[in-house]
Design a protein around this ligand. Sequence first.
Ligand SMILES: Nc1ncnc2c1ncn2[C@@H]1O[C@H](COP(=O)(O)OP(=O)(O)OP(=O)(O)O)[C@@H](O)[C@H]1O
Length: 295
Amino acid sequence: MELIIDNLSKTYSNGVKALQNISLEIPTGMFGLLGPNGAGKSTLMRTIATLQEADNGSITLGGIDVLKQKDELRQVLGYLPQQFGLYPKISAEVLLNHFAVLKGITYKGERKDLVDALLHKTNLYEVRQQHLKGFSGGMKQRFGIAQALINNPKLLIVDEPTAGLDPVERNRFYNVLSELGEHTVVILSTHIVDDVKELCTNMAIINQGKVCLKGNPLQILENLKDKVYKKTIHKQELKTYKQNYKVISEKLFLGKPTIHIVSEVNPGDGFSLTNAALEDVYFSEIFNNANLKFN
Ligand SMILES: Nc1ncnc2c1ncn2[C@@H]1O[C@H](COP(=O)(O)OP(=O)(O)OP(=O)(O)O)[C@@H](O)[C@H]1O
């Protein structure tokens, strides 16, 4: 099963070009769609989820023409939107059961087994009788995954699921997601580099509606191996370093500015070789347009 997006474009009525000729091939497994706020991630997710129209282009999932066969796609789709409301005064178990009824699981016994299995899978079984209003952000997101899995989807879309979660909650969420990629196309849209690093076998970075980089995170990092150097500098030197080197990131480390540069040869000048991180790739694409073409 593969999701193929070909030349997809969308311009909103206010003139914003949210998607510009997006082409991606997304196989079974976890796919990370990384990009800053406003990059076009949600527009792309909503279009794949048949919730809005594109201007041009096509999307297919196996034999389904997604933009035309919306009902067929919806039967095999699980979707966790960026924001979703939950009935506050109802327990997780009752609401999940209710969603299962809405999704056409009519036999009570089958429904109970499914609801129990999903509550276990998302680590919510122990709290299944608690009202949702008492759930933490992470518990709500895991409930969101549980409801998205009711129809055993072939395509699961998860839009910025870890925004606002603390590291412990994020970890729990990762654990739930990581089990899903084996038989499902899972698209995880996020602006958090760690989400992709931890979970995804394939990824793309989009910015201003365009794909700037796509590939396998390990392969992308391998291409930067032995080419990233770091140095701690004074703030006022930054401009000069940017003129002389391909600076791909600037971060504070223990309160001091540390820059990462890309260089084919050892630049000397007090730089030391460092392990390339996915952040380096991301920052270079988003902030510096370094045009590092890795694939
Ligand atoms: N309904 C709309 N009408 C007009 N412009 C829109 C609409 N929805 C989104 N946009 C604009 O399209 C661009 C892409 O937005 P989108 O929400 O797809 O990005 P995103 O990557 O999901 O961002 P975020 O991480 O902030 O959710 C932004 O410039 C946004 O302001």
